[in-house]
Design a protein around this ligand. Structure first.
Ligand code: NAD
Length: 477
């Protein structure tokens, strides 16, 4: 039985209720989590406040950096253990789980180095005044984490908050808690003051909602669905609590006729197959210049047919989806596509020896998806790629910007001037030219426009969001 982690101690929830932990590779339960409620959140907030006042919040910036360095080192030493937990808990193929553990190490490393580089400014003002700014932590930050990349999203969100001097109350997704509980334990083992990182597990509408409503939470970071993002915003607005939202996307990969198709092909496939398509920045729309549409689809179709989904431990092209309801959701999108006459170009396979109870979805390539169709507008969060053709650059921009989202875009062309024009004209938080994701570097600010959310995570930019700026004006004559 897993427990909450509050004030550096493993504790049961007040309710004594539990939630089963399922392995998505076979659908079987192998552990239990605490089903916490508002009273557990309250205990965690109190612990975090105590650390903000007398523990973590009082450490010199350089000392915070040393502690985060120690945490990155111990996470690196336990990377295999953490990757195995994530593999079992989330159904991630071995390579992906290991990559996520490595990314967590990098986030802590990066933010360890950033702690003592975060500073205010002196400002020119009237004669007789000296004016300067301080970057102060918010205090206690709340982090609501989704199930698709628990370690990575914890790293970018909690890592940044800690570096800026905040203490944290974390609500992992009910489907993906194990690795994060372990990371909090590791932080305690390397000497983090009690209450600095607190983990409270449970359902979103219960414990997530309680976290968002708690008046002891000074800032909320949320990654997840637009629907819940709206709820968080509404609740936070009641007490004017600042919020950072990362709400996913419907990101386009835009391929011009002059692109290097040998580079395009594997990248386009990886961008939708990675993590079984359950990635906020998945390249889920493929926009192709008319003259190369047919040959590119032919090559992609062959590659899609060869893709295989199977149990995480087999480390195939993709693992299972996170849970049954997600499988049903993806199935509904595909049924709608079939009903509306959308053509399937190709479909991958599910490994013959995949356990019957696992949540497997073979990758699917669809063509000529109308821009207004929900397959071209909504986040499927599964390995489903919607292809469509464009006439020219203006049409490509029009299609790229024709959704409510704006998180990431990929542009493939050898024309240098067009690269810059496209980067300017596409509305999204990140644009990648002749690549997609740039290896996910922790240094690169990440976040969206429109319904993809606001605020930035990752990189140095994220630190600014985890602080509040105080202006001090001294009149000295
Ligand atoms: P979700 O938004 O319900 O869950 C994300 C997190 O929010 C979880 O920790 C959950 O427990 C919590 N939560 C849920 N309801 C809450 C509430 N009322 N108050 C506070 N916290 C709450 O996402 P989901 O239902 O797990 O997935 C549904 C869809 O959301 C997916 O199909 C996908 O399209 C999208 N999604 C996007 C991301 C992303 O990275 N942007 C991540 C997960 C899911």
């Amino acid at each position: 039985m897993q427990r909450n982690f509050i004030a550096n101690a493993s504790v049961a929830s007040a309710s004594g209720r539990s939630i089963p932990v399922l392995d998505p590779s076979d659908g079987q339960s192998f552990d239990d989590l605490q089903r916490s409620d508002a009273s557990d959140i309250d205990a965690a907030v109190q612990a975090a406040r105590a650390s903000a006042n007398t523990g973590w919040g009082t450490l010199a910036a350089a000392e915070r950096g040393r502690m985060l360095t120690r945490l990155s080192q111990t996470v690196a030493a336990h990377a295999d253990e953490l990757a195995l937990l994530e593999q079992r808990d989330c159904g991630k193929p071995v390579k992906q789980a290991r990559a996520d553990a490595a990314a967590l190490v990098r986030y802590f490393e990066f933010y360890a180095g950033a702690c003592d580089k975060l500073h205010g400014e002196t400002l020119p003002y009237l004669d007789g005044y000296s004016v300067f700014t301080w970057r102060e932590p918010h205090g206690v930050t709340g982090h609501i984490i989704p199930w698709n990349y628990p370690m990575q999203i914890f790293g970018r969100s909690v890592g940044g908050a800690l570096a800026a001097g905040n203490t944290c109350v974390v609500k992992p997704a009910e489907d993906a808690c194990l690795s994060l509980i372990r990371v909090a334990q590791l932080a305690a083992e390397v000497g983090f003051p009690a209450g600095t990182i607190n983990i409270v597990t449970g359902y979103g509408h219960e414990v997530g909602d309680a976290l968002a409503r708690h008046d002891g939470i000074d800032h909320i970071s949320f990654t997840g669905s637009p629907k819940v993002g709206t709820l968080i915003q509404q609740v936070a607005a009641e007490r004017h609590c600042p919020v950072t939202l990362e709400l996913g996307g419907k990101s386009p990969q835009i391929v011009f006729a002059d692109a290097d198709l040998d580079a395009v092909l594997p990248t386009v496939i990886n961008a939708i197959v990675q993590n079984a398509g359950q990635t906020c920045s998945a390249g889920s729309r493929l926009l192709v210049e008319q003259s190369i549409y047919e040959p590119l689809l032919e090559r992609l179709g062959k590659a899609f047919s060869a893709l295989r989904a199977g149990p995480a431990a087999l480390d195939l092209d993709l693992g299972p989806l996170i849970r049954q309801s997600q499988l049903v959701r993806v199935g509904e999108f595909l049924a709608q596509a079939a009903k509306d006459g959308i053509t399937t170009v190709a479909q991958g396979q599910i490994a013959a020896d995949a356990p019957a109870g696992g949540f497997y979805q073979a990758p699917v390539l669809l063509r000529d998806v109308p821009v207004a169709h929900r397959l071209a507008q909504e986040e499927v969060f599964g390995p489903v790629l919607a292809a469509m053709a464009f006439r020219d650059e203006d049409h490509a921009v029009e299609l790229a910007n024709a959704t409510q989202f704006g998180l990431v875009a990929g542009v493939w062309t050898r024309d240098g001037a067009r690269q810059f024009r496209m980067a300017r004209r596409v509305r999204s938080g990140q644009v990648f030219i002749n690549n997609y994701g740039a290896g996910g570097g922790v240094e690169l600010p990440f976040g969206g426009v429109k319904s993809s959310g606001y605020g930035r995570e990752k990189g140095f930019e994220a630190l600014l969001g985890f602080t509040t700026l105080k202006t001090v004006a001294v009149r000295h004559g």
